[in-house]
Ligand binder design. Structure first.
Ligand SMILES: [Zn+2]
Length: 451
């Protein structure tokens, strides 16, 4: 099957023969990476209009759900939606598809909202009584729905990409932020998960010039490094840094909408959904010496020095001391949010969904979790299902939606009945760090692992 595809592509069989068989060893038949002959067409995902329509229908049919338009995207001016459900004291905030080519979270949210809007099971009742859930199903409509040459059209090629479509202008900020602005794309844009500000109320130009480190005069690119003593948040777990490197500026409408949504929701718990490149569980989960399984999903929890210095933990590729602005309680709960996921997946049988791995944490100061969680003392967790939208097979889409839905529903249930506090938070550190693998169907090889 794979060989036929390579021959069709006109690639030299001699150059690939060794590689193909080596790669084939890494897969089990029927695994989550179907051949590209059955790759998902982009039309298999909800476009912005379709997503809006699905959310409106759920809202109209259920008095449990409140749908609001909280902003619009920088380029297309498409709506950024927020859905609220439940009226309990435990507050949960969830964002999805902040990277446009990571669409599974939005698809999973539609399924979850349908369950919460219409379900009559006791668990659903308890969730609605105990939790207030605020969901931004799709943070980056421009990247999710990039159409034509400029991304803004109604006709033309439909694709998905990581970035939005904002072009930096010199009255936006002193310098274009080198940690998030991709100026050399056909259409420039921002990586929105590098653009949040950990300084509450921050506006670009508030900062002194000397916080910037200029790396490219011609392109006006620089990094914003914020002295820790200028961050108006309490250090709750040590004081390991002098400055926070590569902070975000909160200058895009998408990050502004999410920040306002987050602060208004005042969450105790925060989840963000992503995709990663393809990865494999280091050892076959059933202990056989046979081929490895692909990992369905990695989970990540942010934590600070208290957990960054445990003995016997493989932190690599770990960066520094974590996030000291989160309370130790929020850190513990973050690890519990991540640790409950493999527990849930165990019930689906060997090698199906129980291939959960650990995404090694290091703080990204412009990210949703690291910048916003300290502002409400929220616990946080990040899901990364395997494969970006342009390199996985059709079979994978259903699997990735399922693992996302199951993990998030388990989270709701365990917050609602209080049993999340029974999760051993060190379970997270027992999860294996996955190995990267290359796409066996594509000569471009593996996408990089970035959250
Ligand atoms: Zn991502």
């Amino acid at each position: 099957m794979h060989r036929r595809r390579f021959i069709e592509l006109g690639l030299a069989a001699s150059a690939l023969a060794g590689t193909v068989s080596a790669r084939d060893d890494r897969y089990r038949p029927g695994g989550p990476w179907a051949p590209n002959e059955r790759a998902v067409n982009y039309s298999g995902y909800l476009d912005n209009d379709q997503l809006g329509e699905r959310l409106r229908r759920i809202d109209e049919r259920s008095d449990r759900v409140d749908l609001e338009r909280i902003g619009e995207s920088a380029g297309r001016g498409d709506p950024i939606w927020e859905v609220t459900v439940g009226d309990g004291d435990e507050r949960v905030h969830i964002i999805n598809q902040i990277h446009g080519d990571e669409p599974t979270g939005a698809e999973a949210m539609v399924e979850i909202l349908q369950r919460l809007a219409t379900g009559s099971a006791a668990e659903i009742d308890r969730i609605l009584d105990e939790l207030t859930i605020t969901i931004v199903p799709r943070v980056n409509p421009d990247g999710a729905n990039f159409v034509g040459d400029d991304g803004l059209g109604d006709n033309g090629e439909f694709r998905q990409r990581r970035y939005n479509t904002s072009t930096w202008a010199d009255d936006d900020s002193r310098y274009a932020n080198a940690n998030s602005y991709a100026y050399n794309l056909d259409v420039p844009g921002y990586d929105l998960n590098r653009g949040f500000s950990i300084v509450p109320g921050f506006e670009p130009f508030d900062e002194p010039e000397e916080w910037w480190t200029v790396v490219d005069e011609e392109a006006n690119l620089g990094y914003l490094d914020v002295p820790v003593d200028q961050v108006p948040l309490d250090l709750k777990d040590g004081d390991p840094y002098d400055e926070l490197w590569s902070a975000g500026l909160n200058l895009n409408p998408e990050t502004r909408a999410v920040t306002e949504s987050f602060l208004a929701a005042d969450p105790d718990w925060a989840l963000t959904h992503h995709h990663q490149g393809p990865t494999a569980v280091p050892e076959a989960p059933d202990g056989n010496s046979g081929p490895q399984w692909q990992s369905i999903m990695s989970v990540m929890a942010p934590y600070g020095p208290t957990y960054a210095n445990l003995e016997g933990v493989d932190y690599a590729p770990y960066v520094a001391e974590g996030n000291p602005f989160m309370s130790v309680d929020a850190q513990t709960r973050s690890l519990q949010l991540a640790g409950l996921v493999p527990e849930r997946m165990d019930q689906f049988g060997r090698g199906r969904l129980d291939t959960i791995t650990r995404y090694a944490y290091g703080p990204l100061w412009g990210s949703y979790l690291d910048a916003l969680c300290p502002q409400t003392d929220a616990a946080g967790a990040l899901y990364e299902v395997s494969h970006q939208s342009d390199d996985r097979g059709q079979k994978a889409l259903g699997t990735m939606v399922k693992v996302s839905v199951e993990g998030i529903m388990a989270t709701f249930e365990r917050i609602a009945d209080g049993s999340i506090h029974d999760v051993d938070e060190t379970t997270y550190f027992d999860l294996p760090i996955p190995e990267g693998i290359d796409n066996p169907h594509d000569e471009r090889g593996s996408s990089s692992r970035r959250r």
